[in-house]
Design a protein around this ligand. Sequence first.
Ligand code: SAH
Length: 675
Amino acid sequence: MKHNKRTIRIGTRPSPLALRQAIEIHELLKVHHADFSAETIAIDTVGDKDKKTPLTRVDGSDFFTREIDEALIGGDIDCAVHSAKDLPLHIPQGLTIAAITKGIDNRDALVIRGQRLPRNARIGTSSARRTAEITRIGKDFRAFDIRGTIGERLALLDANVIDGLIVASAAMIRLGLTKRIYRYLDITTSPLQGRLAILVRSDRSDSAARFAAIDDRKNWGTVALVGSGPGAGDLITVRGMRRLAEADVVFHDELGTGEVLNMFPEKQMIYVGKRGRRSSIAQEDIHRAMIDAAYAGKKTVRLKGGDPFIFGRGGEEIEALRSARVDYEIVPGITSALAAASYAEVPLTMRGHSSSVLFATGRSNEGINVPKPDAAGTLVYYMAVETTRTIGHDLVAAGWRGETPVAVVTNASMRTQNVSQGNLAELADGKMHADSPALIIIGTTAGMMPHEGWFARRKNILMTGTNPGRYAHLGEIIHTPLIELVDPASYRNLDAAIRRLDTYDHLIFTSAHAVDFLFRRLSSLGGDVRRCAHIEIASVGAVTAEALMRHGIKPDITPTRASAAGLIDVFTERHVRGKRILIPRSNLAYDELPRTLKRMGNHVDAVIAYRNRMPPHPRTIDLAGINAIIFTSPSCARNFLKVYRRIPSHMEIMVLGDTTKKAIGRHYGTITIIP
Ligand code: SAH
């Protein structure tokens, strides 16, 4: 890149460390622009002059940057160099960050006087974060708020005012003082510590370009804060799905994310949830983990139940991302109140009944919102299972009628959803029980739902085969595959059959998978469907026929009875004999069909086109709430029994054809054949 040879005026603070940082920028740039020349202009900031205000109170402000940035806006300097962690949260209008360097050592270090620390050591620090961690480093340490340049702080140490000092190791490295470091500390530091930031005027794109080479941000990934919806996997947005599909790493909560996560079994998933009171991971650590992933160049998804901005701490998380200068986006999700309303049939607003909605927390420590009585408003309380009585009581005390209808919706949108109906008086009396997670919906429309709503009427159907989409019209499909279709142990026989395709009169497909595997193999051997043009093609049933259509083939034969027996009937009726017949099939297929066709005087090649096996780690689910199971093949039924031992007696069984029906046996009462 070509720039005018002109001396760049770098503005920075007058401290020895700041001056050293300006030189560091200068040196970095010289590597990329041989003709680069710069001079450093030292500018005092309020932070350099006011040495009393504890730094514990200036986080995110422009305490150490204001005067320099003003000089930049005024045109007295061409760029400002700051410690990246000192940048104000909001960059002044008219300025922009041209670069954030890769930086050096992010750690904090402990410096002491002499060889060891005394008891109850006074440890000098200058940040709230370090103060908070101080007793973690040494149980008897006492924090001592100090200020000043590194030199001034070391002087306090040497003068016995303090016994130890926590400093950024980067500062010690830059000043050539690493020898004085006693040990490195394992405490959370500011994510940007050790990095330098360069600000330029937004209207000077030429100067921004000059710094592009040393800008580490081009190596960073982004963070998408994605709302996963209330729990049912298909209630996530299309945009949320896209972000998940692209992600390198996903940090997720527990509530509401399970079904969504199951759709991406191969992704790196890191659980950072903290349900209820059982806080396992500090919010700060979640922030840091996301930020570090982004700095490491990872496309990062932060997956949160419902919507990120409804009681989801999404606000805090983007504040952390903003101050770390990480690029982010927010993908909204269906908040559980909306799901509960739809799935329990409680309109949140309704002409003539409710003209407003309030989403409130039921957590008592955050102060429960108890609005004035409003016959035309709906209230929804989140996180309220422990305070149901208080809420009922407080609302009645505030003047709400005891008969105001209440609906408690547990596990909204999930198979285990439960809705109980009552009124405020009952809620106050503890007569309405709520299991976590639940929402309490209060208002006239909560009294209008049918006894059994649309969701309660739907069948929950477990599907253990492949292609679950095909059965969506039957009810809620819960798909946990118990079969897996893989390449045959050897392709020798199939390949030989494909090479002599022109010699066959009939091709019979007894499953959709046979269709897909045969044509995939044919294609990889360089052929296509035209090789079958002269062959009469039979399909065992509708699903297999659909698969053929996808390959551009209309089957000549599809028996009315979808089974091997049905096929045999057709071939018998037509007196097929003396023909060459190919049946590509699975390793588990029954022999009845080829045997019968042979007995009728045909030449039959039954070759293995794919293997059907149990997945190495089959996922199982709690069968409570499941009303029916679809078995699409005998192997599905067999594997189900291997995994679950028995089919619960209340379960309706649905199969695709006679073969599977027969395989399940006589033990089970209701077996329906899916049309
Ligand atoms: N961000 C989430 C809320 C997180 S707070 C959202 O937008 O939905 C956690 C609370 O949400 C729970 O205490 C419960 O009140 C509610 N919640 C979450 N999922 C729920 C579900 N499937 N059914 C009922 N309540 C749910």
